[in-house]
Design a protein around this ligand. Structure first.
Ligand code: A4P
Ligand code: MG
Length: 171
């Protein structure tokens, strides 16, 4: 069994609904075991765009990392993601943060995600669902402890719930 962490972000449309819908779709392919609280986060990269809602989820799966990426891209397509430009607004974005304790570098996949350790919008929700289980997660904790969350523009939007509560309103 593989254990993976995903980052999910949205800044277009019904953002909270987009997150719930994404988790519901994921559940058809993998076992989502934990979901973080929802955070509203200031846009990073291209800053002239609406603020994001961000979460992280933990999941278990027999799929390979490549197969998990395909699932993520399927969920993005299902939710009608339109890629306007890099780092621009999106209805939904799913990134693989960690896959077991592995370091992966292929044409289509880099794990740990290249920019995760410098991004408060990733590290804050990740801390809700992890506790330094691996060296990579310990490093994430350490990086987070050095960040000023107010300056990073991270605000809790909704409290953490169970996975089934999280998806309860999705048809
Ligand atoms: N790819 C490589 N490694 C991975 C991985 N670990 N997980 C490849 C997922 N995909 C990975 O991604 C481009 C390609 O990356 C994929 O084809 C895949 O093979 P994409 O999702 O098509 O494009 P993107 O999301 O526009 O680019 P990227 O580089 O993933 O963007 P980021 O770095 O994820 O940034 N600000 C806030 N506050 N919250 C956000 O959620 N998100 C972004 C997106 C920018 N600013 C943000 C947020
Ligand atoms: Mg992405």
């Amino acid at each position: 069994m593989n254990v993976a962490y995903l980052s999910i972000g949205t800044n277009l449309g019904e953002r909270e609904q987009n997150l719930a819908h994404a988790v519901k779709l994921l559940q058809a392919h993998v076992t989502v075991t934990d979901v973080s609280a929802i955070y509203e986060t200031a846009p990073v990269g291209v800053t002239d765009q609406p603020s994001f809602l961000n979460i992280c989820v933990k999941l278990e799966t027999e799929k390979t990392a490549d197969e998990l990426l395909t699932v993520c891209q399927f969920v993005e397509q299902e939710l009608g993601r339109v890629r306007l430009y890099r780092w621009g607004p999106r209805s939904i974005d799913l990134d693989i943060l960690l896959f077991n304790h592995e370091n992966i570098e292929t044409e289509s996949l880099i794990v740990p995600h290249e920019r995760m350790f410098e991004r408060a919008f990733v590290l804050v929700p990740l801390a809700d669902i992890s506790a330094g289980e691996t060296e990579q997660l310990q490093y994430a904790q350490q990086q987070l402890s050095q960040m000023d969350l107010q300056q990073e523009g991270i605000v809790k939007w909704a409290a953490q719930t169970t996975v089934s509560q999280f998806v309860r309103d999705v048809q």
